[in-house]
Design a protein around this ligand. Structure first.
Ligand code: TYD
Ligand code: MG
Length: 443
């Protein structure tokens, strides 16, 4: 049994005289079993696809254009969003910033913290310049009391920081354990649907695995986003890994500063400093994050092994095994003497690059360091390399080319395949690693 407001649709398990959301009096009506839980669509009769009504899909801006883009054009009211990331990466900061903006545009936001006292959150809010009369704070871990607060306040948006601190049932096992975390997430997701209340659920990823991580609840949510970055660096990447309302694998880039997280509005060139003079060992590659091309700089240092044991192979942001294969291909096909040298590789800016398009960039950076010859700063390179030394086409080659063309690069060393029309840069198509080395003047 449940009750629903005639005016705004707000639901409550008990009859209320005044609707906490829209403020109207005497508007609560009884609704049937099941409906009150917000799952009236479950178990209904089969419907012809053509007869099924499309849900209303008005989107609400988060106030962060890049986050809106990541979500597929803004927030869908009633969506349940899982927000994961390692401790200390900036989840609470971004959540509070989102809470501040949504409170001033969309109405009451309830920010529940199971980790911090309201006074602590207040201090952070002040530092972040957040001051909205529609933002409500609650420090609580007991789910029943959170549900009560939701009923009283009728928020449009609920933020829970974090799932791992929630107690769904007193006898439900350890706090932060799989059972508690799952039950809390499932309960809140159901509530969010029933009340058309957008819901953000923070979840910690820990290397030690002492908590039930976000993966244990990903199936319960509409959208899953993860905040990544190096804790030492100020760079943060927000990535969507699941989105029932839009494309996945999109990213938004932020910088952490005194004022919290600030969007990087045009991240494509952000990772590549173009002002510096060319240096040996650096190659620029247009990689794709979702549908967005980002330029990254692959940095290599090839140095003689000092004779204390086997040659070193160290890398950051690249696939270790993949790089070993690339080194072997270069040794074999180009006669590059890498067997007795130390090789260090990094992706500038702390990014992780896992796509095969970076292969040719790794080779270019290694060869450039080995030969001590810099690549021109207006050249980019991309392509996958086979074990035989053939250069293979990669996903969305033309899109990458158009982007680097727009950014003013003059030359691109690329795999064979169709080229976009109207490029002003020179695209040099190479079919083998030998041709690539020749085109880059690193043979
Ligand atoms: P926090 O949001 O608490 O991380 P999480 O919730 O993911 O555990 O942020 C952690 C770090 O961010 C903390 O070390 C301080 C830093 N920080 C800033 O650099 N600038 C800021 O404006 C804020 C609020 C935090
Ligand atoms: Mg936190």
């Amino acid at each position: 049994m449940a009750y629903r407001c005639r005016e705004c649709g707000y639901q409550s398990p008990k009859w209320l005289g005044r609707c906490p959301r829209c403020g109207h009096w005497e508007t609560f009506q009884e609704v049937g079993e099941g409906e009150g839980e917000g799952e009236s669509w479950i178990g209904a009769r089969p419907q012809a696809l053509a007869q099924v009504e499309r849900p209303p899909r008005e989107r609400v801006s988060t106030g962060f254009p890049e986050v809106d883009r990541l979500l597929g054009g803004g927030l869908i009211p009633g969506a349940v969003i899982l927000f994961g990331g390692e401790p200390g990466i900036g989840k609470s900061t971004l959540l509070l910033q989102l809470a501040g903006r949504l409170a001033s545009t969309s109405g009451p936001v309830l920010y529940v913290s199971g980790e911090e006292a309201p006074a602590q959150v207040k201090l952070r809010a002040e530092r972040l310049g957040i001051d909205s009369s529609e933002l409500y704070l609650l420090s609580e871990q007991q789910l029943t009391r959170i549900v009560q607060a939701i009923e009283e306040l009728g928020p449009r948006v609920l933020m829970v920081d974090s799932l791992q601190t929630m107690v769904a049932r007193p006898e439900g096992g350890d706090i932060g354990g799989v059972a508690q975390v799952r039950e809390a997430a499932a309960h809140l997701a159901r509530l969010a649907k029933g009340l058309t209340m957008t819901c953000f659920l923070v979840s910690h990823i820990t290397k030690g695995g002492e908590f039930a991580g976000p993966k244990t609840v990903e199936h319960l949510v509409d959208v899953a986003i993860y905040l990544e970055g190096t804790r030492e660096g100020d760079l943060r990447i927000l990535r969507s890994v699941k989105n029932r309302f839009g494309a996945t694998h999109e990213v938004a880039v932020f910088q952490m500063g005194e004022q919290g997280l600030v969007e990087v509005p045009d991240p494509s060139t952000f990772f590549v400093p173009r002002e510096r003079p060319p240096r040996p060992g650096a190659a620029v590659v247009p990689v794709l994050e979702g549908t967005r091309p980002l330029l990254v700089e692959i940095q290599a240092l090839v140095a003689p092994n000092m004779g204390y044991g086997p040659p070193q192979r160290r890398m950051a942001g690249l696939d270790y095994n993949r790089v070993l294969v690339l080194l072997a291909v270069m040794e074999k096909r180009l006669g590059a003497h890498l067997g007795s040298t130390d090789v260090y590789l990094a992706v500038a800016g702390g990014l992780e690059v896992r796509e095969p398009a970076v292969d040719l960039g790794v080779c270019a950076a290694v060869l450039s360091s080995l030969r001590d010859r810099p690549l021109s700063r207006d050249t980019v390179v991309f392509g996958e390399l086979s074990l035989a030394g053939d250069v293979r086409p990669v996903r969305q080659g033309p899109l990458r080319l158009r982007e680097v063309d727009k950014l003013g690069f003059r030359r691109a060393v690329v795999p064979p395949g169709p080229l976009p029309e109207g490029l002003s840069l020179e695209a040099i198509q190479v079919a083998t690693i030998e041709e690539a080395a020749a085109a880059l003047e690193l043979s």
